[in-house]
Design a binder for this molecule. Structure first.
Ligand SMILES: Cc1ncc(COP(=O)(O)O)c(C=O)c1O
Length: 463
């Protein structure tokens, strides 16, 4: 163990002394079911170090992280510039969170964000993605005087009550109802349904992910333009949730730029944190902001104690600096094109591989029912046991044999999602393509992969 100075060395020592007990600690004191899940699928590695796009286990073996902490580590883990920025905040004795003052760093980060999204004028800072969604709902209602909020089937906007009310997946909602009234679900990619939903003129906002994270669902080419037109016609605010797609993930700063649309409100979080300090940002038109903060006695009508804290603001500023200095977004576009091309090419050889889609480094690899009789029987057995189980036959050997960490894109989904740090290089792309090639090849033979399937079925039945 390398000893640093002061308190950080204590924490490092604490981690080292107790890391092997992490599963036991969680089983006793936190979420026991998560421990069961990790043990069942063999994801109980116990990672000990993270740097860049890689994680390391106790033996120092290197893993390629295609989860990025659900999109947080755009710059990889522990980027030196972000760390230096955070250290400089701590060492500078800044007047953080005075509350009866305004934050210099928040002003600077707001300016820098709006330079990248020049059609918007104002920023509200929150502490997470879901908190940004909550703010957008409140701002939209206050600005329009309407109560309705429209959202899409399969949408994911976070799990607090307002955000959960806009969740298009029943499994997250069940047991927590009733949710926010006047939330209206419309199918993604269906402009007719959106037009009908908004025509009541009681809908304050339509909240949509430009590319849906659950399943990596891309919009039709004319969808977002149509959304913008319909929203304008019905005077409904167009809210783009770019919490996952933003900050370069898709090869542009905002995914909306691919389709040339200018939403009234843009939500950012995740990667803006530099992977270190939680943050959320709601970028919006001035008139929307001014409807909420419209009088002196309403100067604190919405906010949160830790919003705009110096560490979060510094992490955001450093992240934007690194994006530019290291041409991270350009790299995401290049590596994304390459991966899409190479993984798509596998489709010719593998009947179970149905689709490879995405933009930049947000990629979905979808599997589906095979045509040959030989594979159909095994596929059906798995599907009958638990829908979407097949993907585990890919993700488990990816981790075990190839040291690649991935996830299934949604509950009961046949899509595996790739969300790597945006700094991956050509060698990492080779690693990914080779690993997918080998694991998918195995899934087309009657070998070990399908016997793993048998174990999974037994576990699914037990659960
Ligand atoms: C598109 C989108 N919106 C909102 C959220 C919620 O963000 P948070 O988990 O920071 O609350 C997520 C998180 O996965 C997301 O992907």
């Amino acid at each position: 163990m390398t000893m640093n100075s002061g308190q950080s060395a204590d924490i490092a020592a604490l981690f080292e002394a107790y890391e092997a007990e992490r599963f036991d600690l969680h089983r006793r004191r936190l979420n026991e079911q998560m421990v069961r899940v990790l043990r069942t699928i063999g994801y109980d590695v116990g990672f000990c170090k993270g740097r860049g796009q890689y994680l390391y286990d106790r033996q120092g073996r290197r893993y390629l992280d295609l989860l990025s902490g659900f999109g947080v580590f755009a710059l990889g883990r522990n980027h030196r510039t972000v760390r230096a920025a955070l250290r400089s905040v701590i060492e500078a004795d800044l007047p953080n969170l005075v509350q009866m003052d305004v934050s210099t760093l928040a002003g600077l980060l707001a300016e820098r964000l709006l330079e990248r999204v020049p059609h918007l004028d104002k920023v509200f800072f929150a502490n997470s993605g879901a908190e940004s969604v909550e703010a957008a709902v409140k701002f939209a209602r206050a600005a329009t005087g309407r109560s309705g909020i429209a959202y899409c089937s399969h949408a994911f906007h976070g799990l607090t009550y307002g955000a959960l009310s806009l969740n298009g997946d029943e499994t997250f909602r069940r047991g927590f109802e009733p949710l926010l009234p006047d939330s209206i679900c419309v199918p993604f990619n269906d402009l007719g349904a959106l037009d009908r939903a908004l025509s009541s003129r009681r809908v304050a906002a339509f909240v949509v992910e430009p590319i849906q994270g659950k399943g990596v669902m891309l919009p039709d080419e004319d969808y977002l333009r149509g959304v913008q037109d319909i929203c304008r016609r019905h005077e409904t605010l167009f809210v783009a949730d770019e919490i996952q797609t933003g900050i370069g993930r898709t090869g542009k700063f905002l995914a909306c730029e691919h389709w040339g649309v200018e939403p009234d409100i843009v939500l950012l979080a995740k990667a803006l944190s530099g992977g270190h300090v939680p943050i959320g940002a709601v970028l919006m038109r001035k008139w929307v902001h001014d409807k909420v903060f419209n009088r002196m006695d309403r100067a604190v009508v919405h906010g949160s104690t830790f919003g705009k804290n110096d560490l979060a603001m510094a992490a955001g500023i450093a992240t934007l600096d690194v994006l530019k200095a290291e041409r991270v977004i350009e790299n995401a576009a290049r590596m994304g094109d390459r991966l899409l091309r190479e993984l798509s090419a596998l489709q010719e050889r593998y009947e179970l591989l149905k689709d490879v889609r995405g933009k930049g480094l947000m990629i979905g690899v979808e599997f589906g029912s095979p045509s040959s009789f030989r594979l159909k029987a095994s596929w059906n057995v798995l599907e009958t046991a638990a829908k979407g189980l097949f993907c585990q036959l890919i993700t488990i050997p990816l981790l075990k044999e190839h040291k690649i960490l991935t996830q299934v894109a949604a509950h009961a989904s046949h899509t595996i999602k790739l969300l790597p740090p945006l700094i991956i290089d050509a060698k990492d792309c080779e690693w990914i393509t080779r690993a997918f090639d080998e694991v998918i090849a195995d899934s087309h033979s009657a070998g070990a992969v399908w016997s793993l399937g048998k174990n999974l079925i037994e576990n699914a039945l037990r659960a």
